[in-house]
Write a protein that binds this ligand. Structure first.
Ligand code: PEP
Ligand code: MG
Length: 756
């Protein structure tokens, strides 16, 4: 008999049992008989989880008196080990296994060989199915597969008969792997507690046995076709980086998607009488088992790719296509994903989404920019994430320390809760500063503005008491759209933002897209793959050449600001003429607007960002043309140090407080003296206290920072005497090789100024 035929025979018999009107216990008794006979095994037993213990529910071959008597803890004996690790054991000599434990009441001493598989329900082991034999022999692959298939059937039956309750399943999971810590890279700092929710949930299989084998085969064929189509599409879009998928991953996806072996094995499983879903899962189980035996991190990565793909195939075939966002979050959530796009993140309920853990991700990935704007902590590059975390697990995300604790012990939970409460207290204290104006000790009013990019961010103005929005990143709307936002949509957003900000100013930065922030709908001959996207055809460089882009945005901004003041800022200005050219586009649109008798803005203030070091050398030429200048230290420092800001290997190599940056900024600041321009810093560094202290000491009086930093920076400002810090900075700036960080730290410590 072929493997498929014998598997089918077992399934047919199981089918009859399952379809019968017998009660659950009767069915289990029959199942052990069927398996025992078909696998020619003297013993076949089923253990199920009850009150956190694995209890012998049915057996053929062991003493019947042991049924409902023999109980094993998770991790105890071979049965407990299978459940704990959710793994299959296949042993010629059971006694030789280190976890073997002898239970006299069962009468199992005469049996040598042993094979067992976990019965898995919703990714948790809820029982174990095992066979034993007098002869010391390893079971054949097809026998193990028959056991695994039976375990799937049992799990369906167990769920239907409610033989295992959710509580038990959860209890087991805690014992299963216990507390684990994930290390990663802090992409957005912060603390969060919540339950793990997979962005792409695993599919639940509702029916294991097929009613019509041919129909199932057709379903799988169609699903394969669709999956291949999707992968091909992803690959053709990958060059834009929109899917967030890594080139290498896509290659692997492609390789697996077209792998004949994989589709053949699924086909064979269907031959044996399984539904399409069950067949895909069966094959995946087998692969998982094989891979577990190979201890190779590279292969483990590939395994994740195949898991992804297998899950994708399952979703297609079962029609369970939605992400967790489409199903809605039920409580405080830590979202788990390999990677996400910004639009996908925005689909989640902001009140419930507390944190994100990604297997990939980098500091400037769009999703991270969006998460930062949403105030959601993100841990990235968490290796092994999806192997460790299960749906519903409790997770403590500590992105301040680049770790997450999965299934925390009570002690860890208490400690975390304490820190969490402290950080909340601090937040509350900062919130109290909301209406307090940030005057320094010596009485100078510092402007503390915030950065934003989404309509909803504006609510943070009222919450933090920031003086306005010093940087509104208009490209966010472009990044989260599937098509180029039309003028009306842009106008609507800008108008809503200004309405929400009320009397507080909003500085709109014109689009900073292109380069690594490429959007597919703006593709043309210039935006093909660039070796150095950050230094490429981006921001103003692109906007000036892309007919319509800046023009449309200018119209949208001018119309939205009708009858009120408009602040416009141009990114990546590298030479003064670029500023002129951009301003000319606005002038032209303004003239057009006036001709059409539309009400223009009351006043228009034009500014430039200083992000390209070259611009610092020609400030005398540039400054007379400007109303304001804002230093974008994120880009500026990457260009000064020739260090890609997106490269995690360089993330901590150069300090914002390095003498090179300090001296450069001091020179820029001093050279604005005597010009009527308002000067600010809008890069991330202004939101960190020691860095902000240095900036104040060099003469900066206006900062635009991430909303979460507004409170802490206001608090700092109130404790600083500007003359003191500026004297100290002058001295340090003149000293060769000074350690600014250490000096600023002790300066702050001596005055009791908190800095972290
Ligand atoms: C900067 O470069 O410092 C800046 C504020 O702009 P972005 O981070 O959007 O490039
Ligand atoms: Mg920038």
């Amino acid at each position: 008999m072929t493997a498929a035929a014998s598997a089918r025979q077992i399934l047919t018999r199981l089918h009859e049992v399952m379809a019968s009107r017998m009660h659950a216990q009767g069915k289990l008794d029959q199942v052990v008989d069927i398996i025992g006979q078909n696998l020619d095994s003297e013993v076949c037993s089923i253990y199920l989880l009850r009150d956190g213990m694995l209890e012998l529910f049915a057996t053929r071959g062991l003493n019947q008196s042991a049924v409902h008597v023999t109980r094993m803890a998770i991790g105890e004996g071979l049965t407990g080990t299978i459940a704990e690790n959710i793994e299959t054991l296949n042993l010629a000599e059971a006694k030789a296994h280190p976890d073997f434990q002898y239970r006299p009441e069962t009468g199992e001493e005469k049996f040598h060989s042993f094979a067992g598989v976990p019965i898995v329900y919703r990714e948790r082991a809820v029982g174990v199915l095992s066979v034993q034999h007098v002869d010391p022999r390893r079971y054949e692959d097809i026998e193990i597969e028959a056991l695994q298939t039976t375990a799937m059937v049992l799990s369906e039956m167990i769920a239907n008969a409610e033989l295992v309750d959710e509580e038990d399943a959860r209890g087991l999971s805690e014992g299963q792997t216990g507390m684990q810590t994930l290390q990663g890279l802090a992409l957005v700092k912060g603390l969060a507690i919540g339950q793990a929710v997979f962005h792409q949930p695993r599919v639940t299989i509702n029916q294991v046995m097929a009613d019509d084998v041919e129909a199932e085969r057709q379903r799988v064929y169609r699903a394969f076709d669709r999956m291949r189509e999707q992968i091909d599409n992803m690959a053709s879009q990958a060059e834009f980086g929109v899917g967030g998928e890594h080139e290498e991953v896509l290659q692997t996806y492609k390789m697996f998607a077209y792998d004949e072996g994989w589709s053949r094995r699924i086909n064979e499983a269907i031959d044996s009488g399984l539904t399409a879903e069950a067949a895909i899962e069966r094959v995946q189980q087998r692969t998982r088992m094989r891979m577990r035996e190979i201890d190779d991190p590279l292969l483990a990565d590939r395994m994740h790719d195949l898991e992804d793909l297998s899950n994708r195939l399952l979703r297609i075939v079962s029609g369970q296509l939605g992400t967790a966002a489409s199903m809605g979050l039920r409580g405080d959530t830590i979202l788990i994903a390999r990677n996400l796009g910004p639009a996908e993140l925005l689909e989640y309920d902001r009140r419930r989404l507390k944190g994100v853990i990604l297997e990939e991700g980098s500091l400037t990935a769009h999703v991270v920019i969006v998460a930062r704007a949403m105030g959601v902590p993100v841990l990235g590059r968490a290796r092994g994430l999806r192997g460790i975390v299960r749906e519903g697990d409790e997770i403590l995300l500590d992105a301040d320390h680049s770790i997450a604790t999965v299934r925390p012990s009570q002690q860890i939970l208490d400690g975390f809760a304490e820190r969490f409460a402290k950080s909340r207290q601090k937040q509350a204290a900062y919130a109290e500063l909301r209406d307090v104006e940030p005057f320094t000790r010596c009485g100078t009013r510092i402007q503390v503005m915030m950065n934003a990019g989404l309509r909803d961010d504006i609510s943070a103005l009222a919450m933090t008491g920031a003086d306005g929005v010093g940087l509104f990143r208009t490209e966010f709307q472009f990044l989260v759209s599937a098509t180029l936002p039309q003028r009306e949509r842009q106008t609507r957003l800008y108008r809503e933002v200004m309405d929400a900000a009320g009397s507080k100013p909003v500085v709109f930065r014109t689009v900073d897209i292109g380069g690594d922030k490429a959007v597919p709908y703006l593709r043309d001959e210039g935006s093909e793959f660039e070796e150095n996207p950050a230094m490429g055809w981006r921001a103003l460089r692109m906007a000036l050449e892309r007919d319509g882009l800046l023009k449309v945005q200018a119209r949208a901004l001018l119309e939205a600001a009708s009858g009120r003041a408009l602040h416009v800022m141009f990114p990546m200005v590298s030479e003064p003429w670029e500023f002129d050219a951009a301003k000319a586009v606005f002038d032209e649109q303004l003239a057009f607007m006036k001709k059409r008798k539309k009400i223009p803005p009351d006043a228009i203030h034009f500014g430039a960002m200083l992000e390209v070091p070259a611009l610092a050398e020609v400030l005398d030429d540039l400054l007379p043309r400007l109303d304001f200048l804002s230093v974008g230290t994120n880009d500026l420092t990457q260009f000064l140090f020739a260090a890609d800001r997106a490269n995690p290997k360089l993330a901590e190599r150069y300090d914002w407080l390095s003498p090179a940056i300090m001296r450069f900024l001091a020179r820029v600041i001093y050279s604005t003296a005597g010009h009527e321009v308002s000067l600010s810093v809008c890069g991330e560094m202004g939101g960190r206290r020691l860095e902000a202290l240095a900036l104040l000491g060099m003469g900066i009086r206006k900062l635009s920072i991430t909303p979460a930093s507004v409170g802490p920076i206001k608090e700092l400002v109130r404790k600083v005497d500007l003359e003191e810090i500026s004297d100290a900075m002058k001295q340090w700036l003149a000293e060769p090789g000074v350690d600014f960080r250490a000096r600023l730290q002790s300066w702050a410590d001596e005055r009791g100024i908190e800095t972290d």
